[in-house]
Ligand binder design. Structure first.
Ligand code: APR
Length: 178
């Protein structure tokens, strides 16, 4: 059974149990997919984010960690907010922090008994992570998690544009039980 699928489109339209938001540590919205998700979800999402406690001033979700909230008006049931690393050349632990985004998001989904989850290309926009490297990190982290999990049925990697779609397809083998 292949559980990992690469798709192209707008993540806010997906009817999955959870969509993952590429957020920032303040978790109060932003541009890119963060902005699109908040616009589609409506003000209830921002209220839910404000309710997430700060772990230190101005930080609700440290880089590499994830937080789950209801999804407001989105077709998805939950939004899992995760904060990817800003690319700084690859020698500041970026790969491990990005892998942690995928791992902690999947762990939250499992803890909530979710069956399907959709990821955008975390850190590949404003945060400048090279797409090919990010796709390899994402695939490895997801495959490692799924090797020890049988609750998740569908993991979608969502590309917003054709370029990222090609990169993700190249990184995720079509066959194999993942
Ligand atoms: N659906 C799916 N993917 C999308 C959508 C969408 N509606 N909109 C944008 N994307 C894609 C971008 O094309 C990019 O490949 O999401 C990927 C992540 O890009 P960003 O949204 O810029 O996220 P990131 O690079 O992780 O930067 C996070 O940007 O928006 C702010 O508040 C956010 O400070 C945080 C930072």
């Amino acid at each position: 059974m292949h559980r990992v699928h690469v798709v192209q489109g707008d993540i806010t339209a997906l009817e999955v149990d959870a969509i993952v938001n590429a957020a920032n540590e303040r978790m109060l919205g932003g541009g890119g997919v963060d902005g699109a998700i908040h616009r589609a979800a409506g003000p209830a999402l921002l209220e839910a984010c404000r309710a997430v406690p700060e772990v230190r001033p101005g930080v609700r979700c440290p880089t590499g960690e994830s937080r789950i909230t209801p999804a407001g008006r989105l077709p998805a049931r939950y939004v899992i907010h995760t904060v990817g690393p800003v690319w700084q050349g690859g020698r500041q632990g970026e790969a491990e922090l990005l892998a942690s985004c995928y791992r902690t998001s999947l762990e939250l989904a499992r803890r909530h008994g979710l069956r399907s989850i959709a990821f955008p290309a975390i850190s590949c926009g404003v945060y400048g992570y090279p797409p090919e490297r990010a796709a390899a990190v994402a695939h490895r982290a997801i495959a490692e998690f799924l090797a020890g999990d049988d609750t998740l049925e569908r993991v979608l990697l969502v590309a917003f544009d054709a370029g990222m779609h090609a990169v993700l397809r190249a990184a995720v083998p079509a066959e194999g039980d993942e």
